[in-house]
Each structure stands twice: as C-alpha cells, then as structure tokens.
Design a protein around this ligand. Structure first.
Ligand SMILES: NC(=O)c1ccc[n+]([C@@H]2O[C@H](COP(=O)([O-])OP(=O)(O)OC[C@H]3O[C@@H](n4cnc5c(N)ncnc54)[C@H](OP(=O)(O)O)[C@@H]3O)[C@@H](O)[C@H]2O)c1
Length: 281
C-alpha cells in the first residue's frame, strides 16, 4: 500500500492519508493503532485531549516500524497555550517518543487570546527539534493573519472541519495562498447527517464497487487534502486505506461537492465559539 505524500511549506513531507484516534477509548487505542499500522497506515493523528497518546506510543513501539517511517501528530490543548514547552514534553513522555513530526495548536480560543504567544512557543519547540513541523487547527483567516503579521513563521498546516456537508473553501483558499496545507478533520462528517447514505455518494460508490466512505475519502484525496479518518472497526480501518485502485471522474467529484450545506453542515463547534471551560468546571 503506497500512500502519496504531500510536501509542506517547510520542505518536509507528510503521508496524505492517516489514521485519526479522536474518541478511541484509551483501552482500545494500542490494539486499533496496531491494526492501522498492520493495514499500512504510517501517519497517526492524536492530541493531548484525546487521552490516548500512551496507546498510540505502545502500538508504535510494538510495531518495530522504524521511527523515520512513521508520521505522528499531536496537539496543544486549549488550557496550555501559556506553556507549550511543558505540554509537549508531557505528550512526548506519554507517546514514548523523542519528538513528533507535527505539533498543532488545537483551537485558537480567541477570547482567551493567547494563541500568538503559543505560536511563538511552537516556533521555539521546532528550533529545539522536539517537533519537525508546526501548524494550527481550527484557525480562521483572521487568526492566521495575526500569526503572519506578528511572527516570522507561517504554519505548515491548518487542520479544519471539512467534509462534503461542510466545505469552507473560501477560508481554505485564503490559507493556501500563504502555502498552508489543509488537513480535513471529521472527513466523513463523523458518519453523521446521513452523509454515508446520501444518494450522490452511494451512486458514486456503486459505480466503482466501493463503499460510501471510500468514495468520500477519494473525493478528499483528489482535492489535494490531507485526511485521517477514524474507525474503531478493523475491517473499516482496512477499507479506509484501500482507496488507491480507483479514481473519481470530474462529474463524480462535482456530485459529492454538491452536498455542501454551509454552516448547517457543521458537526463540530465554530472556531470562535470554542473556548476552555472556566477554571474549576
Ligand atoms: N483538530 C480538531 O479539532 C479535530 C476535531 C475532530 C477530529 N479531528 C481528527 O480527525 C479525525 C477524524 O475525524 P472524526 O474521528 O471526528 O470523524 P470521521 O473520521 O469523519 O468519522 C468517524 C466516524 O465514521 C465512522 N466510519 C469510519 N469509517 C467508516 C466506514 N468505512 N464505513 C462506515 N462508517 C465509517 C466511524 O465509525 P466506527 O468508529 O464505529 O467505525 C465514526 O463514527 C479524528 O480522529 C481526529 O484525529 C480533529
């Protein structure tokens, strides 16, 4: 299984398709990440807040796969914007790794207003070699503009909600102009909103003898997007990487693109609304 790679603006490369572990319970993580590595995934997307970095690390250690053949992303949680250095050290300890390939600011939390300071911290972590690349997640153009104006480093990626029911192309294109690559979170729309049963998706899938999930994954790949669908089922984990033997036609791409519902299609929070809960809650 050869997954294509994408070159980032810092001249490193990332496998375009990976395995996401949001909502995988800690006790299942080692087993499911091991399944993913066995199936050929070499890119794992986790976060401190997923509370499953230990399981990711155990699966990596048990796999025997050389570290330089794996791509590991983790994320700085919202309450830790003032101490990314300690937060990353804790993540590395849990992962059992000396460094990660990509470290992201998970959410901008604009009311808290510490993301520029946090970004300066991430620049320092990259300089120390504790992460190879740095990026952001859930940043809107106004947040990216502040990083651009107030710091010397442009994020390598912005990881945002993106799936057929929610396609913020205007924001994505604004980031692409600055050389920032988009990563799609919830690429299958978390399996909600009937996306996997939509006739447009089902028809495209049937035309290629693949599943609706595979058709949507293919749509993302052909849009040049980096993605890491999550599944807690080994057969789906294998299915989701078996997407390199067919290609969608321009009409099929357009049929899936037509499912955009704008704001109504979101499955997650608006980036300007998601802030840490008040202390003590
Ligand atoms: N940066 C952020 O703020 C953020 C937010 C959300 C997610 N993420 C990242 O993005 C990754 C993916 O997003 P996600 O986990 O929210 O959702 P997703 O990958 O869009 O969808 C996962 C859902 O789809 C189902 N599914 C997966 N493969 C399937 C298949 N082949 N057929 C039918 N159903 C299938 C899964 O069910 P089963 O598990 O039961 O198979 C699960 O319910 C996360 O794991 C995480 O790494 C980042």
């Amino acid at each position: 299984m050869t997954v294509p790679t994408i070159t980032l603006n810092d001249n490193t490369s990332i496998p375009q398709l990976g395995f996401g572990v949001f909502q995988i319970p800690p006790e299942d993580t080692e087993r499911l990440v091991s399944e993913a590595l066995e199936a050929g995934y070499r890119h794992i997307d986790t976060a401190a807040i997923y509370r499953n970095e230990e399981g990711v690390g155990r699966a990596i250690a048990a796999s025997g796969i050389p570290r330089d053949e794996l791509y590991v992303t983790t994320k700085l949680w919202n309450r830790r914007h003032d101490d990314p250095e300690v937060a990353l050290a804790e993540s590395l300890e849990r992962l059992g790794l000396d460094n990660v390939d990509l470290y992201l600011i998970h959410w901008p939390c604009p009311r808290q207003n510490r993301y520029v300071e946090a970004w300066r911290g991430l620049i320092g972590l990259r300089e120390q070699g504790l992460t190879t690349s740095i990026g952001v997640s859930n940043f809107l153009p106004e947040h990216l503009d502040r990083l651009e104006m107030q710091t010397p480093v442009t994020p390598a990626v912005n990881q945002v909600e993106l799936h057929p029911a929610f396609q913020p192309w205007k924001d994505i294109d604004a980031a692409r102009v600055h050389g920032i690559r988009v990563q799609a979170w919830s690429p299958l729309g978390m399996g909600r909103n009937g996306l996997l049963d939509a006739p447009e998706v089902v028809d495209v899938a049937a035309a290629h003898g693949v599943s609706p999930a595979q058709a949507i994954i293919r749509w993302h790949l052909q849009n040049g997007v980096i993605l890491f669908p999550k599944s807690a089922h080994p057969e789906r984990i294998r299915e989701n990487i078996d997407v390199f033997g067919f290609e969608l036609t321009p009409d099929e791409m357009a049929a899936i693109t037509s499912l955009d519902e704008g704001e109504a299609g979101r499955v997650g929070p608006h980036p300007n609304e998601f802030e840490p809960a008040p202390a003590g809650s």
